[in-house]
Design a protein around this ligand. Structure first.
Ligand code: GRG
Length: 281
């Protein structure tokens, strides 16, 4: 089987889990129900959910242990994109090549869609905690910590201010990215590791993997924005306009290589190694 066949199967598996879950919700107002599905199941690379399931299975657990968490992480990611696209935030008309949630369903519905996704994320994880072991609770705690005021939400709050600041430094930008982008990537990796009960040495390496992958992923995203000539790519501080193209590429390679070194040290034939090459080569 080719890499893309295997990758598509993994996406299908996660999407099927999410679709069944959303179809099983009872009594949801029809527009909200449609908009929930639209916002989560409208494509996307599934980077975060795949990190969670693959790390968990890499260390010996069945994928069924990680799938509810993978779905929860995709819900949180989708909520963040729906809210980020709102006129009061990034004001984006499209997402994943289609009208953004508020363009299709209106602003009020988009706010509620994000709210509903965030709540559903915790409901899925709580269901695992009720009959599960303490690792289920610990994994949920890491995700809550990374998604909220110690992570993504705080990063977004800094991001709202940063375009109005002069002379943003590289270290200020790294601090922003640690929260806005890296936190949820870290949550995906570390929750998968907790669910697989992996030891402290591996956990340390996975923290370093998350840091390097998160930074590399953001710089890659900055290059993509520039290629797509996004309107605000030049206004908002990013690695390209702060470091210049050459230095940004050097930094991208440095962090991507370190992330690869770590993930391949566990199993150089793992899916995550191939996925890494597709993302960064
Ligand atoms: C609204 C609380 C709140 C947070 C928003 C995610 C986010 C924070 C903002 C999105 C802005 C952005 C482009 C961030 C850069 C990295 C990033 C999250 C890219 C999108 O993630 P992908 O490429 O998206 O994994 P897909 O569509 O593949 O799921």
């Amino acid at each position: 089987m080719s890499f893309s066949d295997i990758y598509n199967d993994k996406i299908k598996n996660i999407d099927l889990y999410i679709e069944n879950y959303l179809d099983g919700l009872d009594g949801v107002e029809p527009t909200l129900s449609e908009s929930l599905k639209y916002s989560v199941l409208n494509g996307g690379k599934r980077l975060r959910s795949i990190l969670c399931t693959e790390i968990c299975t890499l260390f010996g657990k069945d994928i069924s242990v990680a799938l509810p968490y993978a779905a929860a992480i995709e819900f949180i990611h989708a909520y963040s994109l729906v809210h980020d696209d709102l006129p009061s935030m990034d004001n984006a008309d499209t997402r994943r090549g289609m009208p953004s949630c508020h363009k299709k369903f209106g602003e009020g519905n988009a706010v509620l869609t994000g709210d509903a996704l965030l709540n559903l994320a915790y409901e899925i994880m709580c269901d695992q905690c009720i009959n599960g072991d303490v690792n289920n609770v610990k994994a949920m705690k890491v995700i809550a910590n990374c998604a909220g005021v110690y992570g993504m939400v705080n990063g977004q709050a800094i991001d709202l201010k940063l375009p109005h600041c002069d002379n943003v430094t590289e270290s200020q930008l790294v601090r922003l990215i640690e929260q806005k982008t890296m936190a949820l990537i870290r949550a995906s990796i570390i929750s998968g590791a907790i669910l697989s009960n992996c030891d402290e040495n591996k956990m340390k390496l996975l923290e370093e993997y998350a840091y390097n992958l998160g930074l590399a992923f953001q710089i890659r995203d900055d290059f993509e924005d520039e290629e797509e000539d996004l309107e605000d790519a030049n206004d908002c501080p990013n690695f390209l306009n702060i470091l210049g193209k050459d230095k940004a590429k050097e930094k991208l390679d440095f962090h991507a290589n370190r992330a690869y070194e770590i993930i391949s040290s566990f199993d150089k034939n793992s899916f995550l190694c191939e996925f890494h090459k597709k993302l960064f080569n």
